[in-house]
Design a protein around this ligand. Structure first.
Ligand code: GDP
Length: 177
């Protein structure tokens, strides 16, 4: 690792999971580049982006992995989860089915990821107020039962995206330090 003012104290691997089209890729580019791309779909294959942030006066490089469409083919492999310290489990607040599948994604994490992985449940597309089908209370209850952090976000407006990632990274830091 580098030394001097740019030295990195930690690299945290975070995986983003959830059904197709819930906004995983957009959340990632909002956090990593502060961008929302209208046509961003890349080729199938695992990819990650990074952003370096300060967490409790440490320099933490968040290495955030995107399924890049593998979930469509139920092909998210254990290699994807290997070494992950955190997970963003995303559903779409306008698509009930994506929330109903969250329990399955939690099982997938418990099966393939490290036991101490920190999980944040993310209800994305909160900007689509009139199209909402998943009440906040349903997600709060699920998150409490499962011991997950919970945020509603909009990758489009940016609302709560940094807050959610920062909370996840802070909790990872407190788990490992
Ligand atoms: P992924 O398959 O989970 O990676 O989903 P994408 O990031 O490709 O997003 C799927 C679609 O939802 C795209 O058309 C995005 O532009 C749109 N989308 C993603 N996030 C948001 C959001 O926060 N608000 C709204 N209104 N649309 C979003």
């Amino acid at each position: 690792l580098e030394s001097g003012p740019d030295k990195i104290d930690y690299v945290f691997k975070v995986v983003v999971i959830g059904d197709s089209a819930v906004g995983k890729t957009q959340l990632l580019s909002r956090f990593a580049k502060n961008e929302f791309c209208l046509d961003s779909k890349s080729t199938i294959g695992v990819e990650f982006q990074t952003r370096t942030v300060n967490i409790k006066s440490k320099v933490v490089k968040a290495q955030i992995w995107d399924t890049a469409g593998q979930e469509r083919y139920r092909a998210v492999t254990s290699a994807y989860y290997r070494g992950a310290l955190g997970a963003m489990l995303v559903y779409d607040v306008t698509k009930r089915q994506s929330f109903d599948h969250v329990a399955r994604w939690v099982e997938e994490l418990r099966a393939h990821a490290d036991n101490s992985i920190v999980i944040a449940l993310i209800g994305n597309k909160a900007d689509l107020v009139d199209l909402r089908t998943v009440p906040t209370e349903d997600a709060v209850e699920f998150a409490e039962n499962q011991g997950l952090y919970f945020f509603e976000t909009s990758a489009l407006s940016g609302e709560n995206v940094d807050t959610a990632f920062h909370k996840l990274l802070e909790e990872i830091y407190s788990v490992i330090s």
